[in-house]
Structure formats: C-alpha cells, structure tokens
Design a protein. Structure first.
Length: 250
C-alpha cells in the first residue's frame, strides 16, 4: 500500500490549535445536528451514532451534543444547517475540495471565495476538481506509545485489510487507513481495540493522483493557503491533492 503526504501529520499537530479556537467543538456540533435530522435516537440512526462517537473522541461536552441533537431534530428552533462544497485551485496547480456546514449560505459563499482568491487560489466550476478525487472512508489514528516495531505495524496492516482497508500508511507514529465508503467504522473499531488513539474517522475525498510539493517555499504557501481556509468557522474539511514532501513549520 502506498505512502502518504506529510500534510497528514501537519494537520494532526494543528488539532490543538483548532480546539483552542473552539473550531473542533463547533464542527462536531454541526455534524451532530445534520445527522439528527434522520432521527434523534442514535440507536435507530447510525449516522447520528457515528457523529456522537466522533464528537466524544474530541472531548465535546455532552451538553453541546445534546443541544445539537435537539436543534437538528427540530426540538430547538433556529436556522437550518446545510452542507456546501466548493472546488478550487491553489498554489502550484494543487486542487482542493472545501466542505462547509453553514446556517447562512450567502455568508459562507462570500467568506470562502474571498479566502481562496486572496491567498493565491481561484474557485473552480462544479466538477472541474471533483473528478480528481474519490469519496472514501478515512481513519487517522495514533499508534500505541511507545511506537511498536516495524514488524508489528506490518502485522497490523495485514489484519486491518480484513476489515476493509484499501490503503494503509504509517509515518511518525500516525497511521492513515482508506476504505470503501461503508467500511471505515469497522476499521476504526478494530484500531481502537488494538490500542490506537483515533484522531479522525469518517468520509473523506481522497486524491486519485497527488501533486508532489518538494520546494520548501511552495510548501509554505500551500500550508498557509489551507490554514487560511480552515480558519473560517463554516469550513469543516479541506481536502487537497498536494503531497507535501518537506517539513513545514507548524
């Protein structure tokens, strides 16, 4: 199975910064709210159950989760959350899919387009970038500490294939496992049972081919471009085909 971009680890290091801004909590609350539209009972609503589990993995308070469920199910009134997807090109010909959760469509369109255009990118027409990606399950996890030896990681890779892994990569104590759209919960649960700490799990856009970024100056531009877009409160995920091959300052 193939290797992966150092950007994965850069994003893991950014998680703490996002949490300080409340971004992680907000994102999970919105995902729970969206899932709750299919029913407020997680036992009967698998999407809601997954959203709640992911929120708890990131230490989202129960009160936040409960409020989001009530809002999504209609028990609490408020503007309805909606999903929005933008496609864009960035520095050095890299491509991006930007997922948003918003209660104000006009605000989100203006803010995201402004962030993209002001930092070296341009918004693409629908479909112009999407064909470069596949919709897959993705589980990112931290290996048990201290890190197991290479042979143990190889054993883990072989075992996780039985749970639907299509691509496995390990670097700096972090593993990324790509699956078919329906198989990621099984992979997540298997890794948890084997002592891994789940950093993120769910659906993602995986690039079919990556664009290598080996120049440090270009890598800094790409990282800055992504971080600027992610700072918007309505942006939930930024996916790219950029394969950053040099260390970028966090």
């Amino acid at each position: 199975m193939s290797g992966h971009s150092k950007w994965a680890n850069i994003r893991v290091k950014k998680t703490a910064q996002d949490a300080k801004r409340g971004k992680v909590f907000t994102r999970h609350a919105r995902l729970v709210e969206m899932a709750a539209r299919g029913g407020p009972d997680p036992a009967m609503n698998p999407s809601l159950r997954t959203a709640i589990e992911n929120a708890k993995e990131d230490s989202v308070p129960n009160a936040n989760i409960e409020r989001a469920i009530k809002k999504g199910s209609g028990e609490l009134k408020g503007e309805q959350m909606q999903e929005m997807v933008f496609e864009a090109y960035g520095p050095a010909g890299t491509a991006y899919i930007v997922e948003c959760l918003s209660d104000n469509r006009n605000r989100t369109i203006a803010n995201v387009k402004n962030a993209i255009s002001k930092h070296g990118g341009r918004v693409a027409e629908g479909g112009a970038v999407a064909w470069m990606f596949e919709r897959k399950g993705l589980v990112v996890a931290e290996l048990p500490q201290p890190n197991p030896p290479p042979e143990k990681i190889e054993e883990l890779e072989l075992e996780v294939i039985d749970f639907g892994a299509e691509d496995f990569a390990a670097e700096d104590g972090v593993i990324r496992v790509a699956t078919a759209m329906t198989d990621w919960p099984g992979v997540r649960d298997f890794l948890k049972k084997n002592g891994c700490t789940i950093l993120s799990a769910g659906l993602s856009y995986i690039p079919k081919q990556k664009v290598p970024v080996a120049d440090a100056a270009v890598a800094e531009k790409v990282a800055s471009f992504i971080e600027t877009i992610e700072e918007d409160e309505d942006v939930s995920e930024v996916h790219t085909n950029a394969d950053i091959q040099v260390v970028v300052a966090a």
